[in-house]
Design a protein around this ligand. Structure first.
Ligand code: ATP
Ligand code: MG
Length: 333
């Protein structure tokens, strides 16, 4: 039955608390895809070592990402939910794909340049080859659709390149995976201060986490960047667009309509808008936060899930590696 379904793969790094960007860029799509697709969703623990090498944080972060995914509506019975390091075939494929990845090309990737700027003391080869490992994550299941946020668009282009190069050099094995979002464009949730995107590791006071308390959500929203009036050409300032795009995610149509009207006629009070948004965010986040909290305490349950998920994922990964080795000529016996 599973064989006829299109294959979907996506992962989240175990680098901290999940936030609205992770939810709307990735997890919301996971939940919508879990019935109709053959889904592989994973906690990217190896990926987190590129920037978060501290062993004391890793374990808690892995359990948290699992719990927050399930609390957001992911059903581990319907998808394969696993931890990346449980699938050694991913590391093997990463090695093989590295032979098809060019250094110059990797050095030009904007996310690599960003990380170098932020972390000049730890420019490791893992960071440079991040897109290769990510390609291995996807190609190991011969994934076709990859639900991700806008920030991953270029990495996926690289995954398609590696798939193409492999197929050309060794023979057809991999489909070319494409980024996916229900709706049209990929999502990018900006940080509340307008500087970059919401993130697990950066911009933490300007990011809304699925674990934030009600008070903290209201406080962060009240400090969100807004504006006075309109731009000179009458258009909407960027910061106000950002507030409205957050409203689109969590507020009712009446509320949005009301604030759109007051923006147009100039009577808008951003304090009120941010207060309303804070309340709507609390309504959205609080149930996920509470569910994740209780799930996280049940490590026996989470262990069972990740073990079960890894079994399914290894089966698919082992098949792909078997084919890949054969095509390359690594089948001596
Ligand atoms: P880190 O800062 O540690 O890299 P992150 O917040 O960027 O954490 P990732 O684990 O790198 O999260 O990404 C997980 C998924 O969430 C990816 O699909 C990514 O595209 C998506 N994502 C991350 N941030 C945003 C955002 N602000 N808006 C939309 N999608 C996002
Ligand atoms: Mg990231």
């Amino acid at each position: 039955m599973m064989a006829n379904k299109e294959i979907v793969v996506s992962g989240i790094r175990s680098t901290g608390f999940l936030h609205l960007g992770n939810y709307f860029g990735a997890i919301r799509n996971y939940v919508k895809m879990q019935e109709a697709y053959n889904c592989y969703f994973f906690v990217a623990d190896w990926h987190s070592l590129t920037t978060h090498p501290d062993p004391k944080d890793l374990r808690g972060n892995v359990y948290r990402v699992l719990a927050e995914n399930i609390a957001s509506g992911l059903d581990p019975e319907k998808v394969s939910l696993y931890v990346q390091s449980d699938i050694p075939e991913i590391a093997e494929l990463y090695l093989l794909l590295n032979m098809l990845a060019y250094k110059g090309e990797l050095e030009k990737v904007p996310t690599f340049k960003d990380k170098v700027r932020l972390n000049p003391d730890n420019v490791n080869a893992g960071l440079l080859t991040y897109p290769v490992l990510m390609s291995a994550d996807i190609l190991v299941h011969r994934g076709v659709k990859v639900p991700v946020g806008k920030d991953q668009e270029q990495h996926l282009e690289m995954a398609r390149n590696y798939a193409q190069r492999f197929n050309k050099r060794y023979g057809q094995l991999f489909p070319e995976p494409v980024p996916f979002n229900f709706g049209d464009d990929l999502i990018r949730i900006p940080s509340l201060d307008g500087e970059g995107k919401m993130s697990k590791s950066e911009n933490q006071m300007a990011t809304l986490y699925l674990s934030d308390s009600d008070d903290l959500i209201i406080k962060k929203m009240s400090k969100a960047k807004s504006a006075t009036g309109k731009e000179e050409d009458g258009s909407m300032p960027e910061a106000v667009k950002n507030l409205f795009s957050l409203m689109d995610l969590v507020s009712t149509p009446d509320v949005i309509e009301h604030f759109k009207k007051t923006f147009e006629d100039g009577s808008i009070r951003y304090g009120d808008m941010k207060k309303q948004l804070g309340e709507d965010m609390v309504k959205f986040i609080a149930p996920i936060r509470e569910k994740a909290k209780s799930l996280q305490e049940d490590q026996t349950y989470l262990n069972k899930i990740m073990k079960h998920g890894a079994e399914k994922a290894r089966e698919s990964a082992a098949q792909t590696l078997h084919e890949a080795r054969k095509l390359i000529g690594i089948n001596y016996y």
